[in-house]
Design a protein around this ligand. Sequence first.
Ligand SMILES: C[S@@+](CC[C@H](N)C(=O)[O-])C[C@H]1O[C@@H](n2cnc3c(N)ncnc32)[C@H](O)[C@@H]1O
Length: 646
Amino acid sequence: MSMHSSGELSLLQSLGQLSAPELRRLLAEHLTRQKLGLYWERNAIEHDQALNANVVLPRLVADWSYTPEGCTEHRNLIIEGDNFDSLRLLRATHAGKVRVIYIDPPYNTGNKDWVYNDSYVGANDRWRHSQWLEFLYQRLTLARDLLTADGVILVSINDENRARLELLMDEVFPGRRLGSLVWRTKDTGNDLTQRFSHVHEHVLVYANSGFAFNGRATDRSKFRNPDEDPRGDWSPQPLTKAHSYIDRENTYYPIQDPSTGYWYPCDPNRVWAYASEAVIRRLCKGDEMAAQTALAALRSDSMEALIAKKLIYFPPCKPEEVMHFATKAELLAALKAGKGPVLPKKKTPLLRVDLPDLDFWVGKPIAPGRPSRKEHWTAKPEAERLAPVSSWIAGMNENSEDDDVESVLLRSARGGVATEEVKNVLGSKAFPYPKPLSLIKGLLSQATRPGDTVLDFFAGSGTTGQAVLELNAEDGGQRRFILCSSTEATAKEPYKNLCRDVCAERLRRVSQGYAGKPGYTPAQGGEFAYLQLDKLDWADVALDATADHAALMLALRHAAAVPAALNSTPVRPVAKGADWLMVLCPTMDDQALRALCELPAQYAINRLVVYAPRPKTLSAWLAERGVEAQVHPLREALTPGQGGRS
Ligand SMILES: C[S@@+](CC[C@H](N)C(=O)[O-])C[C@H]1O[C@@H](n2cnc3c(N)ncnc32)[C@H](O)[C@@H]1O
């Protein structure tokens, strides 16, 4: 393994012959080069095959595809092979078409859980971290080109490698970081001999500018009108902020309901969320100019303005519940006896002997309830009411009844559940460390829309595929999945085929229905094409690429679906538009030419797009017969988008 690229090597070898000014220039260049970001030993490790070293072409394996009765084409794909090649293929067929990518790559644990250039990378490998970064860099840069303008990539990673991966993601997706979610993976910790209990993982989120999480549609039933507000239904919003009276003394003040005259103490642990005009004026000590300036600088209405606009709701109470303390001594005695005003649910005291301005409360009627801010149903468009995803993934039974949690909580089972989920489908412990369905479903329910294409290029046991099927069944969506998986075959286990026997088999059983669960119809996504990859040298494409290769490439690129069975008719329709039909015409014999002429009437279209071996001749021949056609060379079906050579 060489430490340096060939350019650097020749420079190093020639250092002795360089002049002093040359050396000075090089040193200055070296010292001033910008260094912010992630560096890994790219030159010290053997690179993956060059991007355009050869041409990757798909081959349909009908026997391993899932084609139930009535299924004529496949919208879902399972692609077997090193994902570097799968991604190269997808870049040629699906550039800018994938809305959501979820991946759960090998975590670089040193447990020989991933292969680089056909050999496992173990814990003691000198270049372990660099090889892992380079491995992911190569794949992420290819994947980046697949995303739609509003696309997003979500990446699972453990705590140990999060920082490294995040810097790498920053490099590949500059300025696209949205944030990260934290997922609690297990309930039990390790014993003390482990020194640290790792019970959480991360999901990094990077998105193109048009992306937004779905959030949550506002629950209309939470909007009511108990006080017959003429503006219509409203929902109560918290009027307080999580700051103590010591941190925010200016927003710690009593408020009064003008219609009843009752007073409401501020919670000393959560002050009001709005400033008070009265407090501002008091602080400005009669300087009206200063008061006006401070009021104009407020970013929202003052509490007095909200009350005047009747946007504060004071809950009704019975007169006998209202407290009165005629003297300070009476007040202090009540507070000491725990009989002062308290928060309705938590019962924590609102007034305490150590709090300032207790004199204010002597002789005032103190109401028991808590005021809230009204948000009217019509006040905001629905889109603005949608809340973003919060930064952590809660457990299935975790309580989220906290006032502060306005955003959507994703929920996921712990990691161990996932092993059972795969076992339930495949009958044995077929896969180590899959992700729980609820985790991926939760992420996809927030990140996808019903028509989206979802890609997982570290598919493993295929959890992402099952999550897509379940989501579609729940909301009637038409999401489709593309799963890429390696075989994990090694010299020791040359016949191992994880992609076929675990990933595809799981999706087949889930689609058919298992353990009493109903399956999925082809219309619901219960089908998939199983593709293997052929790699051809550029020079051999003309000779070795087959008509099936060309038909599949065209179908993937233009129809986003592949035929369930490839036929060998002289002309093969591959995609259809409103007034055009795309056909592959691999050989130009009489039968093929006759069939071409019949197509416009047969398919009720005006124009043909034909891929054929001798485009100029065919174009002239069709024109003579009055058939409007655009004829491309056969090679254009195979090579566009493959590396930089096409
Ligand atoms: C952590 S697992 C993913 C598990 C998956 N999320 C699930 O729920 O089953 C990572 C997977 O990536 C696969 N893998 C590793 N290197 C790969 C490569 N170069 N191409 C394709 N798959 C690869 C491994 O075989 C493994 O199955």
